[in-house]
Design a protein around this ligand. Structure first.
Ligand code: AHM
Ligand code: MG
Length: 339
């Protein structure tokens, strides 16, 4: 039986663009290598040695877990040594990290990432993930700046995630469909297992932290009621599935058909999820998988970021489901419109 590895696939795709320099291919490959190191530690998390807090508080004021720190370090190290990336924006670092070595100074790309998303789930052995966004740098000379990161998601060159779940997968897009690779731990290779991933036309799952119901916008509450109503034609009531790791919720929803929502609330109008390294990467993947992503009113990929860690509400899933949720937002929650 013939397998296609991630490296083979990346090289094959690069051949479709004879003018390509191969830098993006190398960058994606480096991300795959870092993912294997993180995977090894995640798999051993239950053994205790890497569990617990690292004793630091990150820029969002949250306790950092040892694995958060480990994952951050691994991805930074991989991107640093590769030389294609000249700066990194990470959930774990307040400011951008400029890679200023002889080889990375001239890197064409900047990478925004959440090295370990859903890390509160580590202790309970629930799936977690890594999210990444790759942009071409904007500035031409000198060290990269914040400007290089503050680009709308429609400029993304590539994005993806690694899910550390019942198996470990790397899923990515370069704007030409979405492909998923499963790690075969016995040989340490990512093998193409989910070619051309696409949302089903519509779905019957909704994923939202309903405990916040009373602080949700009225449009979201009405949409939840809609999901719970009985209607044979539209296969309602839908099912609720909420893992609390966006990567895992998103991954399941692409495969099974479902909408993921993290809305604004009366306390936090922008919700919780970060535009640059949580919402944009999944928005790009969603669109490439035939779905859509919105903040309830506008396309996520059209939002002009103004800061590295800014947050936006997120509605992502099959087009029909996101459209329906947007209808409720427009009808009942115009006061939640941002921007
Ligand atoms: P994190 O980046 O600190 O891990 O937070 C992001 C995570 C998402 O993966 C998940 O969807 C969400 O936070 C869950 O938040 P809540 O517990 O409020 O539902
Ligand atoms: Mg995180």
């Amino acid at each position: 039986m013939k397998f296609k590895t991630l490296t083979e696939f990346i090289i094959e795709k690069q051949a479709d663009y004879p003018q390509a320099s191969g830098e993006l291919s190398r960058l994606l490959n480096d991300i795959g290598i870092a993912a294997k190191f993180v995977n090894r530690e995640v798999n051993r998390a239950g053994l205790g040695e890497v569990m617990g807090y690292a004793g630091e508080v990150n820029v969002q004021g949250e306790d950092q877990k040892k694995l958060d720190v480990y994952a951050n370090d691994q991805f930074i190290a991989a991107l640093k040594s590769g030389g294609q990336c000249c700066a990194i924006g990470s959930e774990e670092n307040e400011d951008i990290i400029i890679l200023d070595s002889e080889i990375s100074r001239y890197g064409k790309y900047v990478v925004a990432m959440d090295p370990l998303d859903g890390s509160s789930n580590i202790e309970s052995n629930v799936s977690i993930g890594t999210l990444f966004s790759i942009y071409r740098r904007r500035t031409i000379r000198g060290a990269a700046t914040l400007e290089d990161f503050l680009q709308p998601g429609r400029n993304l060159v590539a994005s993806g995630y690694v899910i550390y779940g019942s198996s470990t997968m790397l899923v990515y897009t370069t704007g030409n469909g979405v492909n998923g690779f499963t790690l075969d731990p016995s040989v340490g290779l990512f093998i193409l297992s989910h070619p051309d991933m696409r949302y089903p036309e519509t779905g019957s799952i909704y994923s939202i932290n309903e405990a916040n119901y009373f602080s949700f916008p009225e449009g979201v509450r009405q949409y939840i009621h809609y999901c719970q109503e009985e209607d044979q034609e539209t296969r309602r009531p839908y099912s609720t599935r909420y893992i609390g790791s966006m990567v895992a919720d998103f991954h399941r929803n692409v495969i099974r058909g479902g909408i993921f929502i993290y809305p604004g609330t009366t306390k936090n109008k922008n919700g919780k999820l970060r535009l640059l390294y949580e919402c944009n990467p999944v928005a790009f993947l969603a669109e490439q998988a035939g779905g859509s992503a919105s903040d309830g009113f506008r396309r996520i990929l059209d939002i002009q970021p103004t800061s590295l860690h800014e947050r936006v509400p997120l509605f992502v899933g099959p087009v029909t489901m996101v459209k329906k949720a947007e209808e409720f937002m427009t009808l009942f929650s115009a006061d939640f419109k941002i921007g």
